[in-house]
Design a protein around this ligand. Structure first.
Ligand SMILES: Cc1cc2nc3c(=O)[nH]c(=O)nc-3n(C[C@H](O)[C@H](O)[C@H](O)COP(=O)(O)O)c2cc1C
Length: 188
């Protein structure tokens, strides 16, 4: 059975650049061929600031937006977050989306494509890795940082990666695939 990878666009703000980076990565994942790859836009779920009355670990969701988000995350075997860095940290949209759920994330591996200024979003990615362990995810060390993002985006808004980014994406997908198969056994 082919393992399911969801590439999640973590930024939800108007005029965001996240989708152009995520489109590239998603196409790279499709061409890589080991996963059944789906591109997921967090903005489509229109999640308000966390508003469920019960703890997510109970899985008793009151709101339709949570039920939709839960079904999406539950369907995936592995994730790649395409995430910017805001104030040396992940964007609040991503932290909020993580907070909404619990079991849906458990025992699933995560790779991160990070972007920003000179740091390539590495600080943000490392904070995300720390947070997701509480949700029993396995954040893998391989990642794809995109430093000074603007230089890789054309006037018409298309992101074109350099060779290290392409090689890094392939390596990350290879490693993610190993973890995904191993962790699926834990989920029964
Ligand atoms: C509130 C805010 C804080 C930011 N903080 C950082 C930062 O700490 N480090 C960095 O490299 N870039 C930072 N940036 C620049 C973002 O990386 C850049 O605007 C990027 O395009 C954001 O991704 P998005 O357009 O997909 O939302 C910040 C941008 C915003 C809007």
């Amino acid at each position: 059975m082919t393992l399911k990878l969801h590439t999640i666009i973590a930024s939800t703000r108007p005029s965001r650049v996240g989708p152009t980076v995520a489109n590239w990565f998603h196409e790279h994942a499709v061409a890589h061929g080991k996963f059944d790859a789906t591109l997921v836009d967090l903005a489509d779920f229109k999640l308000p600031v966390f508003d469920e009355p019960k703890h997510p670990r109970l899985g008793q969701y009151e709101h339709e937006h949570t039920k939709r988000w839960s079904a999406s995350v539950k369907a995936a075997d592995a994730f790649v977050f395409v995430s910017p860095e805001y104030n040396y940290a992940p964007p609040p949209s991503l932290l909020n989306a993580l907070t909404y759920l619990a079991a849906e994330w458990n025992y699933k591996p995560l790779g991160i494509v990070s972007y920003g200024g000179i740091s390539g979003g590495l600080r943000s990615a490392q904070v995300t890795r720390s947070i997701v362990t509480t949700l029993k995810m396995m954040p893998i060390p391989e990642g794809v940082p995109v430093p000074n993002l603007a230089q890789f985006i054309s006037k018409d808004g298309i992101f074109t990666p350099n060779d290290p980014m392409k090689q890094g994406a392939t390596l990350m997908l290879d490693e993610l695939h190993k973890w995904t198969g191993a962790l699926k056994a834990l989920r029964g």
